[in-house]
Design a protein around this ligand. Structure first.
Ligand code: SAH
Length: 482
């Protein structure tokens, strides 16, 4: 079983830093089921390839601790020793732990950057429809080559028919962060295979959430992926999808309201009647929030705006419709969200002049990113509450210390108002992916010191109708450099 990863991003030998494996040496790692041997068949400035050869011990499989699952190893003859399967995922997690986690001691910037990468994995057992491979990998932005591998004598024992070999050599190419490539392989190879060499417990559910965090929630085949990954424990799959769903419930309401609109208005020239109709419809909170932010950006006189955590591009669409915004950049960690944004903005059909005003970038907000420096204003609409408390400090630095826009607009839910939502348990958050929701006091206690620390002034206000005790449903802080 072989996995290779090639990059042409110069100097390509930096791949060694990303994988924490020196290209000049052969690396070996003992695993409970065999051994991983890692080396670089080529390593030069222009092109470097890393290879992991997985040597699975068939005898250890039968005797060892891996004997737990579904009678897979009740015989010596099994395809497991020869194919890329959940063993590969375990090998990646154990041997390439830092790379999978997205950290690099020597090249953190590069680890956070999408670079041209090609992975080859073989042989991969594919059990399902013919187009399964494409359905799983293409939405993630890969160019795909899947070549069938004819069965040899060993594999034909397994009752697979000769003319329908389930095995393919898979090649995935794209401009992605290494951690994303690895997490895609980690999750999706066992999904293609439908089998697991170990018992699936709740631990697996947490693993899937962690590995799928940045992409699974927006994947069109997320149900299939979660179901197969969790060996068809459907309630767990549902739980994963709920916790992963990136946009909050209010967001979904907004989408529904949009679906009822007969035609999406042209993003460049919103017809006035559509806007009127919008007014007459009961105000939806997320729409109100986006309108408020767009309005505020106009009042501030911003010309160049970056939307941090732009999601599916709803704010970008509003900004593009106003000529005063000369340059609009959306950045998000999720490729799937960016694709939705490109669709919503109809990027492909925009006239050249409009195309020049908008750019979508993939990136993480918790690292310094020179592409977001020097803007008049940055917006973070319903983003901060998706970050773990310890990552929030990193975001503060990335935005206020490094990117340093003239103005920063941040919105976040007001937790006090949750009491007004029907059917919400006390203490429950609006969305399962929210790491926190702040009261008005908590938001101020965060925003004011942040402003002071980085040389900004801040004004906080509510969005939506004020309730006398709970305040407004949403809150907004507008920071301006002093
Ligand atoms: N601003 C959008 C989307 C809000 S949902 C709107 O109001 O409609 C939160 C968004 O933040 C998601 O698209 C998610 O992918 C993105 N996000 C969360 N953490 C991020 C991070 N660390 N870096 C970049 N984007 C992030």
């Amino acid at each position: 079983m072989l996995l290779t990863i090639t990059t042409t991003h110069s100097p390509a030998t930096d791949l060694g830093f990303l994988l924490h494996k020196n290209p000049d040496r052969v690396h070996e790692m003992d695993l409970s089921f065999g051994r991983a041997v890692m080396f670089y068949p080529e390593a030069n400035e222009n092109r470097t390839t890393f290879a992991m050869l997985l040597d699975i011990d068939p005898v250890a499989l039968v005797r060892g601790k891996n004997k737990t699952s579904q009678g897979l190893f009740d015989q010596y003859v099994s395809d497991r020793p020869y194919v890329a399967s959940s063993f590969l995922s375990v090998a990646i997690a154990k041997s390439l732990r830092n790379a999978l986690g997205g950290t690099s001691k020597e090249r953190q910037g590069l680890a956070d950057t999408p670079i041209p990468l090609t992975a080859r994995v073989l042989p991969v057992p594919v059990r399902g429809d013919e187009d399964l491979v494409a359905r799983l990998f293409e939405p993630l932005g890969y160019d795909l080559v899947s070549e069938p591998i004819a069965l040899d004598d060993k594999l034909s024992y397994l009752g697979e028919s000769w003319d329908q070999s389930p095995y393919v050599a898979l090649s995935l190419s794209g401009t992605v962060r290494l951690r994303d490539l690895l997490s895609h392989i980690y999750v999706l190879i066992p999904v293609l295979d439908k089998r697991k060499h170990y018992f699936v417990d709740r631990h697996e559910l947490e693993k899937l959430i962690k590995k799928g965090e940045s992409w699974l929630g927006a994947h069109p085949e997320k149900e299939l992926i979660a179901n197969r990954y969790l060996r068809f424990k459907r309630s767990w799959a549902r739980e994963v999808l709920m916790r992963l769903a990136i946009e909050d419930i209010i967001e979904e309401e907004a989408a529904e309201s949009q679906a009822t609109q007969s035609e999406t208005p042209d993003p460049v020239e919103p017809p006035k009647d559509a806007a009127e109709a919008e007014l007459e419809r009961p105000i939806r909170l997320h729409e109100l929030r986006l309108d408020t932010v767009a309005q505020k950006l106009q009042e501030l006189g911003a010309r160049r705006v970056v939307d941090l955590g732009c999601g599916s591009g709803k704010l970008l669409k509003r900004l593009l419709a106003e000529r005063m915004f000369k340059e609009v950049v959306g950045i998000d960690v999720s490729t799937a969200s960016l694709e939705n944004a490109a669709r919503r903005l109809r990027l492909e059909n925009l006239p050249e002049q409009q195309k020049g005003r908008i750019k979508l970038l993939q990136g993480a907000l918790t690292y310094r990113d020179r592409r977001i420096e020097g803007f008049d204003a940055a917006a973070l609409v319903e983003v901060i509450e998706h970050l773990d408390a310890d990552r929030l400090a990193a975001l503060e630095r990335a935005v206020f210390e490094f990117a340093q826009p003239e103005h920063v607009i941040i919105t976040t839910p007001n937790r006090e108002y949750n009491a007004k939502f029907e059917g919400m348990e006390p203490g429950q958050l609006r969305h399962a992916d929210h790491r926190f929701e702040w009261t008005r006091k908590e938001f101020a206690r965060w925003a004011v010191p942040v402003a002071e620390r980085f040389g900004y002034g801040v004004e906080i206000s509510g969005i939506g109708e004020q309730d006398p005790t709970c305040g407004a449903p949403s809150q907004m802080a507008v920071f301006s450099r002093v």
